[in-house]
Design a protein. Sequence first.
Length: 407
Amino acid sequence: MKHADPSELGFSAQRLKRVDDHLRRNYVDAGKISGALTLVARAGRVAHLSPLGMRDIERGVAMTRDTIFRIYSMTKPITSVALMSLYEEGRFRLSDPVHKFIPAFADTQVYASGKYPAFITSPVERPMNVRDLLTHTSGLTYGFMYRNNIDRAYRHLDIDGTKPGATLADRIETLAALPLEFSPGSAWNYSVSTDVCGHLVEKLSGMSLADFVRSRITEPLGMPDTGFTVRDSEVGRFAANYTRGLDKRLRLIDDPRGDSPWVGDKTFFSGGGGMVSTAGDYLRFCQMLLNGGELDRVRILGRKTVEFMTRNHLPGGADLTELTTGLFSEIENEGSGFGLGFSVNLDPTRGGVMGSVGEFAWGGMASTVFWVDPAEELIVIFMTQLVPSRTFDFRGQLKALVYSSLV
């Protein structure tokens, strides 16, 4: 994508420079993160693209514009787009019960009491449908929530993990045998729902999720570094992944040139968190959405489909605070609704963070963040590799810095 002087795109270059100043002073130089890459685009042109710090501290490799990152849950919008492309072909309706396509969910019950494997359950008020999966109102959860006996069972059965040789179909079969946290459609909970969406793509298309995403999204859009594995030839561009120890120092948790699960052949493709990408590749995905489903004369979705996906689909127009059963989310809950694969900003004043009504967004476990603001024709992508994502409020700080640069 073409670059432009920030002033040509309605930014104060001096103010936009504060993004780098803030990240360098408060995070990179302070040793809180290894490095970062921030991209700001408006009206189809890049106003700011700046690598800071290191992508691999141990080897002394600097962050570069073409660094490859684990995007974790920023995979979810891509999987959601993949599934909705099949919706456009009439393959399913959002109201279709999931068990129509994945029979293992036909007998799913709701948790009442007990511990795995001796659960006491009750019938669902209605079957889980496809819209429930796309909006995280399915009753499913994540094992890392540490809230109850359901997510404890997820951890026991390694639902969130990837056993050698496992497939997405294997995970879904195991998942479907466990009770739900709540009856579908009655609450919101961040969950493995998008992994089930990924398996739906496989069932409806007859292709693996990786092959479908490559043939229908990443190759047509020109996203060569986005996929479920890092090619051996590109390992040198793959960033190291870190967490903070009890001493608040960075600790390596995934060496890109070691025994990383992201490098080499895979049998398991997580639609909820299994992809890698670059800032430039992900920008092309976001620009396609901002353009109403098309980029460089390649159409991935129809304009009305994108409009539909980026509206609030929560029951009664509620925001996440009114429906959520847990505290975890990749964005602030207050003032945010949820569409078909994205959070949707309903009221920036309620969340206390600058932005626009109608912007859509999400983030990933390694603290990556993106948002698309149609009102301002704005895309912001922030890449780093620090687990967990709630360690620092990068999104809130970046929004203050970027929006205050618009003049």
